[in-house]
Design a protein around this ligand. Structure first.
Ligand code: FES
Length: 102
């Protein structure tokens, strides 16, 4: 599956995802500026992304823990998600995300 990722400068790149891995891990390994300070434990919100182009609605809803953590994030939008909580799968092939401001 592929992830279409836009960085904070507006540059778009397509990265190859791996089913079962989190979107955060894929973005970070591709060199995108995802701090992911808690390592994917849903405890830092530094993996915040915006999910674009209708993909937000296709995602499983966020857990209570993710909602709580997003409450503490900056620049939260209706399409905000924590990328460590998004799991790569064939259903998400082509998902579009933009890295949120730090
Ligand atoms: S990496 Fe910390 S909340 Fe996602």
């Amino acid at each position: 599956m592929k992830i279409v990722a836009t960085d904070r400068k507006g540059a778009e790149q397509v990265v190859e995802g791996r089913n079962g891995w989190s979107v955060m891990e894929i973005l970070r390994d591709a060199g995108l500026p995802v701090a992911a300070e808690c390592g994917g434990a849903c405890a830092c919100a530094t993996c915040h992304v915006y999910v674009n182009d209708g993909w937000y609605e296709k995602l499983p809803p966020p857990s209570d823990a993710e909602v709580d953590m997003l409450d503490m994030a900056l620049a939260v939008e209706p399409n905000s998600r924590l990328s460590c909580q998004l799991v790569c799968s064939d259903e998400l092939d082509g998902i579009k995300v933009t890295i949120a401001p730090e």
